[in-house]
Design a protein around this ligand. Sequence first.
Ligand code: GDP
Ligand code: IMO
Ligand code: MG
Length: 423
Amino acid sequence: MSIDLLLGLQWGDEGKGKIVDVLTSGYKIIARFQGGPNAGHTLVFNGKKHVLHTIPSGIFHENKINIIGNGVVIDPVILRNELKNLEAEGIDYKKSLLISRKAHLILPTHRLIDAASEKSKGKNKIGSTLKGIGPTYMDKTGRNGFRVGDLEAENWTEKYSELKSKHKRLIDFFNVSLEYNFEELEKEFFESIKSLKSLNFIDSEEYIYQEQNKGSSILAEGAQGSLLDVDFGTYPFVTSSNTTAAGACTGLGISPNSIKEVFGIFKAYTTRVGSGPFPTELFDSNGERMGKVGNEFGATTGRPRRCGWLDLVALRYSCQINGVTKLMMMKSDVLSGFKSIKVCTSYEYKGKKIRYMPYDINDNSLKPIYDEFEGWENDITKINDFDKLPMNLKKYISYLEKELNIPITIISVGPDRLQTIIV
Ligand code: GDP
Ligand code: IMO
Ligand code: MG
């Protein structure tokens, strides 16, 4: 039985959480495969908003299994808060949430290294979420990491202390001033470990393999977006994991030939939070309007998101790297009321017109070249039938489908679960 993937195609926050929630009814298992609590996945239903950071977005549905895969990095403190929120909603996660023993843990000192590293970079900082993501993946690939399965050993605190001491020396090495109360950080960490240990740990690759053999349907939920991929994103302004389709194989232990659909999700425009290049970024009233109408504030850090027009060069690149089979366009409603809408189709770069992402898009000489479309006035947030969408929006959709040569199968017209047009 095959596995479907859902991935963000831009710089994150495309609306992955919302669509995973919408699609969950069609699957038995939802599995996160990379990233950690740098993610903020928002779900809105029954008039209420829920934000998940580590837990897969299928958790609100009954009789489903949600797996935190080996590729994810877990901060037990943040996970415990998420679990508390679920308890308040009356969600019984004890049986439905499973954790890979091979997932790595974010320790309090990982967060401090993240902060020290960012501070030492000054104006060249990545704009990290300060959740300790980079340092935790560094320990993973450096073969020093602390895994969920390590907690099952009686003397796990020894391993923890060893790593902590190493980290403390590293923090000193950065030689920057940081304000924190380590005793408090450690206290909440140890308390949270208790709550983590009350969950079910599994050998997730084996579990998933057995479920595949039983014919169970599985949806893998990506975090971040392709342009934040550590290999293919706008390096070094990226996150520390493979956010692209290949990351699902290593992050869950599934084989490439077991993947069927690759759902690529994108906003009808573009946003980015944190530092780094963004060729179509707007600094005018159009950008301001996108931010305001789209309520573009980070779900994890609350930082305002930078906004700009849709970048087809980047989108084409993401579709190519992921092998996207179906597209989903989010936040179409935010573009209502714009007199005209622009789409970047190519870049002017070193005196030439190019249609691909060059090695260094940090280069200031790169300029977007736009196509322009007539906008639409109508409020589309209550429309649930494709045929009833404004003509100019339909034109925009069919233009994008033609340019990318991939069908757009979902059009989202608002944050709520129900504001979703399935074509
Ligand atoms: P994710 O990280 O990809 O899950 O996305 P986020 O949750 O960080 O950000 C998406 C934001 O847009 C959230 O606040 C959603 O509630 C909201 N959202 C999702 N789809 C739509 C949509 O179609 N229209 C509008 N206006 N908001 C949406
Ligand atoms: P979701 O899953 C948007 C960005 C940060 C920063 C860079 C590196 O909600 O789409 P990190 O903390 O990973 O070291 O930060 O990546 N970033 C995100 N931006 N959405 C996310 O996740 C992000 N996760 C990380 O802002 O620029
Ligand atoms: Mg988000």
